[in-house]
Structure formats: structure tokens, C-alpha cells
Write a protein that binds this ligand. Structure first.
Ligand SMILES: [Zn+2]
Length: 426
């Protein structure tokens, strides 16, 4: 797939009058901006940023800019304090959402079978992939990752028996499937020949971990970036970079230290979706730590690139050194593949760094030594490393069990265990 826009700004300017007219119908923007509602790009860029708190304060329908009957779906993402953030979309908003999700250098077509393994409940992510795959004629296997109905053993069975060709999940999920597949007697890179790509998003993914996932499954790992409030915002090109869909939204970067907002550089991502009718957003600050670059990419797509840091670059001080999840992840997945280290956790304290890894006993000492050395060289800290056998961090039972999901039932036969079958609370 190619994205060769002569001039993204011209494309934006063509749509912007519609976007601003829709925003003028939003109770939130009418109240906030009144007569100062922006009429063009210049005025838009003078408009104050819309914050997450604004969205929370507008719960549930303070930003609704269409007749309620035109809404197609309602979603929520939970804020850090647990206050819900509502988002809603019309059917035509969904055309834009589904189209953006499907913009991947590995496309989705009618011969595909896509396992959707992100949440369907309230969030948008599962529905995004579902809608995109349906619109391209693919077969959807809905396998929400937050349901007890599809434990890991069942995911492995589906991937294997159905010949699933594409998956959509958190990067971490693909490692859990790999461990579960091995426990079921399958080799991830060999025994799933139909699989042709893993679509991932929802958490930061460093180069080393991404390379390891691709190596384990022997297929490309295709990353994407977005949020429940906006849908997909960026997708990956064949050169492995994330490009912002700047023909569908205006992107800016806000530097909270200087208060400056500009088209590129490091800071928080600010987005104005251009095709959003139910809930227009003007200069919405996602508060995600990113870096935008307009330097050309070798792929030829004339769209800015973005690096998403999230919270993974937020560091802790350990004996004067800064330790971040991103840096540690890079070192853990920089260990030789033969050590088979997939799962780890660490605790950063002022005077010590504790790291736990899961590793088969025969590689335990080698992996421990190599990681200690890598952390000393990379971060300048001597870490206490504990190497435990598989099952230490991710319980084997989690990867192998296949419980029946029971429907409520009140009458039992003489030989049935009625204590284990009454499951109202499970
Ligand atoms: Zn590129």
C-alpha cells in the first residue's frame, strides 16, 4: 500500500471547513469558545488545547454534536483516577475509523482470517479491527483478551486449527501465545503455516522485543498506534516506522515545559481528527509522550513519522543512574534467543535494581550473567537478578487450562457437584 500525498496540508485544508462546522455544533466547544469558534486553520491553531480532563468533565454526552439517533457506538476508556472518558461515533465516523485501521503495509483481504485479541468491552480496539476486517471481506474470529471464555490454550487451538492468517493484539499477547503454543506441543515458527503477520499495538514496543516476536513466529510484526478517543492515528510502513495519518487528522506536539505547540519535535501528541462528526475534537492533547519528525522516510510515504514513548521512558533513579522500562526491555530481549527469556519484571529502588526473569534451568546461569553484564554496560547499575524456571512469572496453569464457561444453573443430579457449578460470582 502506498501513501503518496502531494501535499497533506492541501488535503487537510479541503476538509477543515467541515470539521470546524461540526465542532461548532458541539455543546462543549460552543460553551468554551462561543463567538471565538475557529473558522480556519490559523484560528484553529490559536484555540486552546482540549484536555483529557475536558473529556471527563463532559461525561457522558457533553461533546455530542449530532442527533443522538445518529450514534452507532459508545465507548469508554478509564482514566487513571477511574473517571470514565466517553467517546462515540456515527456510522460515517466508522467508515473513517475502519479505513484507517486497515492501512497497513500488509493488507487485509477476503482470504484472511483475523483473530481479534483486544478488548471488545467498552473500548474501541476490538471493534476497530473487527470492522476493518469485515469491510475487507475477511473472516473475523472474535477472541477478546479480557474474557474468561477464551483462555490462552483456546487461542493456540484457534490459531492452529483454523489457519488464522492475521492477529490483532498487544505485543505481550504474542509472547504468551508462544509460551502456550510450546506447552501444547507446537513450535510457533513452524506449526502455524497460515499465519502471515501479527498486528500489534496498545503498548510501547522496543526494537529488540519486536525482533524477537518476529523471530519466534517467523512472520512480520506490524505495529499501529491509536486510542479509544481517536481510533488509529499512525501505522507502520515497510521500513518499520510509524507514520501519522496526516490526511485524516492534524497533528501537533505540545511541550509542557515551554508551553509551545509545533508541528514536530518531542512532547505530548495533540490531534484534531478531521472526519469526526459525533464527537469533534479540536487540538485534543492525548498526553502521550511522542516525537514527531517530518524528515522523509525511505518508504516514500509523504507523511510525518512518530516515535511513541508512552510512560516507558519515565525513569526511576537507582544509585544515580536512570532506569526506564524501555531500556531494560531492550537489554532483556537483547539476550541470545537460545536463552528463551520471554517474561521479566523489575523493581527500581534508590539503592538497588531487582530483576526477575523466567528462563529454562539449563540457561539460567548464562542468562543471568549475560543480563547482569548488559545492564551494567547499558545502564551503569549492578542489578540483583533472579532467574526462575518457566511458570515463575506467568503461571503454567494460565497458559494450559481450558475451563468450561458455565451458564447459571440451579438444579443438579444426584452425582453432580453443585458447589463447583454455581458460578454467579466467577
Ligand atoms: Zn516510512
Amino acid at each position: 500500500m502506498m501513501f503518496d500525498f502531494d501535499d497533506v496540508e492541501t488535503t487537510q485544508d479541503k476538509q477543515l471547513p467541515h470539521t470546524l462546522a461540526w465542532a461548532a455544533r458541539s455543546p462543549f466547544y460552543r460553551r468554551r469558545l462561543g463567538t471565538a469558534l475557529p473558522a480556519d486553520r490559523e484560528q484553529l491553531l490559536d484555540t486552546p488545547l482540549t484536555t483529557k480532563q475536558d473529556l471527563r468533565d463532559s461525561y457522558p454526552f457533553g461533546m455530542l454534536a449530532v442527533e443522538p439517533g445518529r450514534l452507532a457506538t459508545y465507548h469508554e476508556s478509564s482514566g487513571t483516577a477511574g473517571t470514565p472518558t466517553a467517546s462515540y461515533y456515527t456510522e460515517s465516523d466508522w467508515d473513517d475509523l475502519a479505513e484507517r485501521f486497515a492501512r497497513k503495509w500488509i493488507g487485509i483481504d477476503a482470504t484472511d482470517m483475523l483473530l481479534v485479541r483486544t478488548p471488545y468491552a467498552l473500548m474501541i480496539t476490538g471493534h476497530l479491527a473487527h470492522a476493518a476486517a469485515r469491510r475487507h471481506g475477511a473472516t473475523v474470529v472474535p477472541g477478546d483478551n479480557r474474557t474468561t471464555a477464551v483462555p490462552y490454550a483456546r487461542v493456540v487451538r484457534l490459531l492452529h486449527d483454523l489457519g488464522v492468517t492475521l492477529t490483532w493484539s498487544l505485543p505481550t499477547e504474542t509472547l504468551l501465545w508462544a509460551a502456550a503454543a510450546r506447552l501444547a506441543g507446537h513450535r510457533p515458527g513452524r506449526d502455524f503455516p497460515a499465519l502471515r503477520a501479527l498486528f500489534v499495538g496498545g503498548e510501547p514496543l522496543g526494537r529488540a522485543r519486536r525482533a524477537r516476536i518476529g523471530q519466534i513466529w517467523a512472520v512480520p510484526v506490524v505495529e499501529e498506534y491509536g486510542s479509544t478517543e481517536t481510533g488509529s492515528l499512525a501505522g507502520e510502513c515497510p521500513h518499520g516506522r510509524l507514520h501519522l495519518w496526516a490526511d485524516r487528522a492534524i497533528f501537533e506536539v505540545y511541550d509542557p515545559r515551554t508551553g509551545r505547540v509545533g508541528p514536530e519535535g518531542r512532547g505530548q501528541l495533540v490531534v484534531t481528527p478531521l472526519f469526526r462528526q459525533a464527537m469533534p475534537l479540536l487540538r485534543y492533547n492525548l498526553e502521550d509522550d511522542v516525537e514527531i519528525s517530518t524528515a522523509p522516510c525511505g518508504c516514500g510515504w509523504r507523511l510525518p513519522t512518530v516515535e511513541v514513548y508512552g510512560r516507558s521512558r519515565t525513569g526511576f533513579q537507582v544509585r544515580g543512574a536512570t532506569v526506564t522500562q524501555a531500556a531494560l526491555e531492550e537489554l532483556v530481549f537483547g539476550l541470545p534467543a537460545r536463552h528463551e527469556v520471554l517474561f521479566w519484571r523489575a523493581k527500581a529502588e534508590p539503592d538497588r535494581l531487582r530483576v526477575e526473569i523466567e528462563v529454562p534451568a539449563e540457561h539460567g546461569e548464562a542468562a543471568r550473567g549475560a543480563l547482569r553484564q548488559a545492564i551494567r554496560a547499558g545502564l551503569g547499575v549492578d542489578a540483583d537478578i533472579h532467574a526462575g524456571p518457566p511458570g515463575t512469572l506467568v503461571p503454567v496453569e494460565l497458559l494450559t487450562r481450558n475451563p468450561d464457561t458455565l451458564k447459571p444453573r440451579s438444579l443438579f443430579g444426584p452425582d453432580e457437584d453443585w458447589d463447583s457449578a454455581l458460578v454467579y460470582s466467577r
